[in-house]
Design a protein around this ligand. Structure first.
Ligand code: NAD
Length: 304
């Protein structure tokens, strides 16, 4: 049973935040608004300027940020970057009692290995706390936060995480990352099948808004029909703030995990193949909702 977290431990006052992109920026705003001192670092000068304008304190390096903090939060693209940031200085720079929290969508097995490494090398505890809810959820403090780690560490973090959303303690370290990747495999797969269904309905002569309204009261509904189609695809803005390459990364994490665990991932592998083809066809910075437009441009009955 998931453990709902309580607010029995006070927040940690100084937060280092590394990775101030689409998600990191609104997440730091929630922490700043609540009175935390947030010391941030990002490779992008634009991201740093945006962060300092909203009241954050900039650090010259990730290590400088980490050395000042009670909790160090990472919101980075992937495990390669997380490992490099942590092992090239952040873990070594951290205060002995500080907690390291990876809120990125990283690879669960690598997270376990990294947790063991920072524990042995630096006596630092790593907690994984990836999120769902997108940029809008980050802005509103309504993220779903999937937390993996020891009871003690997770309790210490709870009130800080609650400023960004709703944390649920889902298991030991790495469990949050496993659940996040599996969630996104579902999300990507139903976005594709929802898009196929709506394109067929439009070609038949149905009004897509009528279709969505009926589907959303029926058994075919999902986050794709309730949120992505009405908010980003029908208005043709394709600006959810979640990149297609990041979605594909998460799908691959999930299907690789299934392979390592020797459980079937037949539909999942098929979905990864289709999203990979789309990723090759589309510009590198495409939003993941572009999958619907890409699909509409494929030849009918052709297996891509
Ligand atoms: P993003 O690409 O907008 O932001 C990532 C940031 O990390 C960038 O600003 C980049 O400059 C910075 N960065 C890269 N390497 C760095 C380094 N070595 N040191 C410091 N900064 C570095 O990505 P995002 O959309 O904010 O996503 C971040 C993470 O959250 C990813 O793991 C993603 O899968 C996950 N996620 C994203 C969403 C979403 O809707 N965007 C939702 C849930 C989870």
């Amino acid at each position: 049973m998931p453990e709902e977290l309580t607010q029995e431990h006070p927040g940690l006052s100084v937060v280092a935040f590394i990775g101030l992109g689409n998600m990191g920026t609104p997440m730091t705003r929630r922490l700043l608004d609540a009175g935390h001192r947030v010391v941030g670092f990002d490779l992008s000068e634009t991201a740093m300027a945006r962060f300092t304008t909203s009241g954050g304190t900039s650090a010259a390096t990730p290590e400088v940020a980490a050395a000042q903090a009670d909790v160090v939060i990472l919101m980075l693209p992937n495990s390669d970057i997380v490992e490099s940031v942590v092992t090239t200085g952040v873990a070594a720079a951290m205060r002995p009692d500080a907690l390291l929290v990876d809120m990125s969508s990283s690879e669960p097995m690598r997270t376990r290995t990294l947790a063991e490494k920072v524990r042995l090398d630096h006596d630092i505890e790593l907690v994984d706390a990836p999120v769902s809810g997108g940029v809008q959820g980050a802005l509103n403090g309504k993220l779903v936060i999937m937390v993996g780690g020891s009871d003690t560490a997770v309790r210490r973090l709870t009130s800080t995480l609650e400023l960004m959303g709703k944390p649920t303690h889902v298991g030991t370290v790495g469990s949050g990352h496993a659940l996040k990747a599996l969630n996104n495999l579902l999300s990507a797969t139903h976005l594709m099948i929802t898009s196929e269904a709506i394109l067929a309905g439009i070609r038949f002569g149905l009004d897509p808004e009528v279709m969505l309204s009926v589907i959303n009261g029926s058994s075919g509904r999902s986050g794709s029909s309730e949120n992505k189609w009405p908010n980003f695809i029908l208005p043709e803005t394709y600006d959810s703030g979640f990149a297609l390459r990041l979605m594909l990364k998460d799908m691959r994490i999930a299907t690789d995990l299934a392979e390592q665990l020797k459980v079937p991932s037949m539909l999942g592998n098929e979905a990864v193949g289709l999203w990979s083809t789309a990723a090759q066809d589309l510009p590198a910075d495409s939003d993941h909702t572009e999958i619907a437009r890409w699909l509409s441009q494929q030849e009918p009955h052709k297996n891509v």
